[in-house]
Design a protein around this ligand. Sequence first.
Ligand code: ADP
Length: 258
Amino acid sequence: YNAEYAPLIDEKENIGGMIIVFQDITEQQKLENMRKEFVANVSHELKTPITTIKSYTETLMDGAIGDKDIAMNFLSIVDDECDRMARIVRSLLQLSDLDYKQTKWNKKSLDINELLEKIYLKIKMAAEEKKQEIKLQLEENIGHITADKDGIEQVILNIITNAIKYTPENGVIEITAKPEGEKVIITVKDDGIGIPKEDMSRIFERFYRVDKARSREMGGTGLGLSIAKQIVEAHSGEIQIQSQYKSGTTVDIIFPLE
Ligand code: ADP
């Protein structure tokens, strides 16, 4: 609601009352505001790397190119910023496909245990490089889900990558899966930095990050969770996040079993 108010003043300048007008912001207006905010965010996110690339390029052209070490260092920064822009654009295109239901899903029967074991092997190294302990605990024969393998892999890898990114060295990351009724719950639990209570309701928003600088440093775009949520929902599933600031985060990814 929008609220505006005005006092009612009589001829002796006494305040005799107050008029308060509550205005219901229509759904359409809310969507329009979200759209504007999104465009502003995209522009800002792309402007930052462009500014960096431009200034390093100019410095190189002004003479820095003569010193090979400096030149290499600057070029590697330019290269990183290009990668960053490419990541943002790739994610935006994926979101747009998801929004317009253009994504071509190749849904097949996938064995949960097999899927998680493969993902675990892919991501294990990244955690170990950060001296983190990463564990996979599975129950026997959890069953199958009907899903797009690449899509589901992207979601689970993204959630585990977040756990690695937002957990300091020597932290512990646990991946578990268990059937519950007609569903399977895949859980990624970390003992990392956690998410403050006041940010919890916004972390699925596009470009929303608790700590922009930290996310940026880790190569994050703030689009990962919003993409993950859309992919999971396209598979009739859901993502739930619980977190305790400064002590850790638990993400549940829930899918219907076959
Ligand atoms: P990013 O690219 O910044 O990682 P995401 O959309 O994946 O973006 O996540 C949004 C934000 O949610 C992150 O910037 C971070 O602040 C928070 N977040 C996500 N996962 C975790 C986690 N496991 N621990 C702490 N914070 C997290």
